[in-house]
Design a protein around this ligand. Structure first.
Ligand SMILES: [Zn+2]
Length: 132
């Protein structure tokens, strides 16, 4: 069973290409300096279409998470239980991801610092995070 994979668009392709090269990137507005993920054509803050891809430090913190004990897609059955976590990067953008070592220390908790761990999944590289 193969996993559902990202479907890059012309807009999001630079994000996926950067991950393959080992970097997490996000968009930053040149007008108001707001930063965001996922990829979109205009700044969600000021609606300017003047932005650039920026390399993230790879550091962030947990905002929230859930642990799945039931697979809603066959391909995820073997991974149960697994977490789906909202991480806020130090630079501001938030992304939905997985924590690769959820049992480390005291486990998942709001505000716990995390660090980028890029993992290969078939032909893609995905931005996951580790508790530190
Ligand atoms: Zn803006």
């Amino acid at each position: 069973m193969s996993y559902p994979l990202p479907e890059p668009t012309p807009l999001s392709k630079p994000y996926w290409d950067a991950l393959k090269q080992g970097h997490l990137t996000f968009q930053r507005c040149r007008r108001c300096s707001h930063a965001w993920l996922p990829a979109r054509a205009e700044c969600p803050e000021c609606l300017a279409d003047d932005w650039e891809w920026t390399k993230a430090s790879g550091r962030g913190r947990i905002v929230s998470w859930v642990v799945y004990h039931h697979a809603y897609h066959e391909a995820f059955k073997a991974r149960l239980p697994y977490n789906v976590t909202l991480v806020e990067l130090d630079e501001g953008p938030r992304l939905i991801t997985n924590i690769v070592n959820p049992d480390q220390g005291n486990g998942l908790a709001v505000e716990r610092p995390v660090e980028l761990r890029i993992e290969a999944e078939q032909d893609f590289s995905l931005a996951r995070f580790a508790l530190i």
